[in-house]
Design a protein around this ligand. Structure first.
Ligand SMILES: C[S@@+](CC[C@H](N)C(=O)[O-])C[C@H]1O[C@@H](n2cnc3c(N)ncnc32)[C@H](O)[C@@H]1O
Length: 267
């Protein structure tokens, strides 16, 4: 099984690390911004449709969609073999395979719906992936994009801390927030029309740095080359001191966390 960032930006994400980030949002961001529910409530999964979750991770979204649909054919694809092994365990009755968004192993005009939830910010050639998505979509087919938004100073502090870590390590990192987001996705949508665009915000509020440190720690593999454990721990300890100092001045740490969803139709 191939693992970990050998080329470009592809991030062969780790199941446990992805889980830490997802749980951070579920536990600490209020009100909960539930993008899975948002997708399910805004997209018509009725009828005999063929649906692809591209960059499906460990298959939790497809598992939720499966409970709410009858007659649809569901497929999940991810570049990470580890994700696909876990997805197959979690979600029976759905076809999963390892594939790269930049070269999809499907014929043209094949899917009614393609879901891209927090994947395109990881892909080396975003335009190439969008061209592939358009190719495999039927005419009038729908692509659902979920990504972070930069509006309302969303994740401003998190971003500052990620930059601090990069500087301390002397490394560049996969800047997922800026590479592809709800503000710049329009640069990549030739051949699509926008049906819907929405942004949702929650607040991460904490009296101690623990959850935020865990969240940032889960992104170790986003730094290139990936830091060794000792080096990483040393920088994370410095980050802990910095965040603690900032919180003690304010009593509480507060961060706006924004996510957006876009529905596009192939024209
Ligand atoms: C942040 S995770 C999101 C997973 C899932 N969509 C979710 O929302 O929980 C990004 C996923 O994209 C996958 N990925 C990254 N680059 C990819 C590519 N070029 N083709 C397919 N999947 C890719 C990673 O392996 C990872 O599972």
């Amino acid at each position: 099984m191939t693992k970990r960032t050998p080329v470009g930006f592809e991030n062969y994400d780790d199941v446990r690390m992805l889980d830490i980030r997802k749980n951070f949002h579920k536990k600490y961001v209020k009100p909960l911004v539930n993008m899975d529910a948002e997708i399910i409530n805004n997209v018509d999964f009725n009828g005999e449709k063929r649906i692809l979750d591209l960059g499906c991770g460990y298959g939790d979204l497809l598992s939720s969609i499966k409970k709410r649909t009858r007659g649809c054919e569901l497929l999940g694809v991810d570049i990470s073999g580890e994700m696909i092994i876990n997805a197959k365990k979690l979600c029976k009755g759905v076809k999963f395979s390892v594939a790269d968004a930049q070269g999809l192993p499907f014929k043209k005009d094949y899917f009614d719906i393609v879901i891209c939830k927090h994947i395109l910010c990881h892909v080396t050639d975003i335009q190439k992936a969008m061209n592939e998505i358009r190719r495999v979509l039927k005419k009038d087919g729908i692509v659902v994009i979920v990504q972070n938004t930069l509006a309302n100073k969303s994740k401003m502090h998190t971003e500052r801390y990620r930059q601090y870590v990069a500087k301390e390590l002397g490394r560049s990192y996969l800047d997922t927030n800026h590479r592809f987001n709800i503000e710049n996705y329009t640069n990549y949508i030739t051949g699509f029309r926008i049906l819907k665009e929405e942004r949702m915000f929650g607040y991460f509020i904490s009296p101690d740095p623990g959850p935020l440190i865990d969240y940032i720690s889960s992104m170790k593999d986003f730094y290139v080359p990936i830091p060794k454990k000792e080096e990483w721990n040393e920088v994370i300890n410095k980050l802990k001191i910095l965040i603690t100092r900032e919180i003690s001045g304010k009593k509480l740490f507060e961060e706006v966390v924004g996510t957006g969803m876009v529905l596009l139709q192939k024209v």
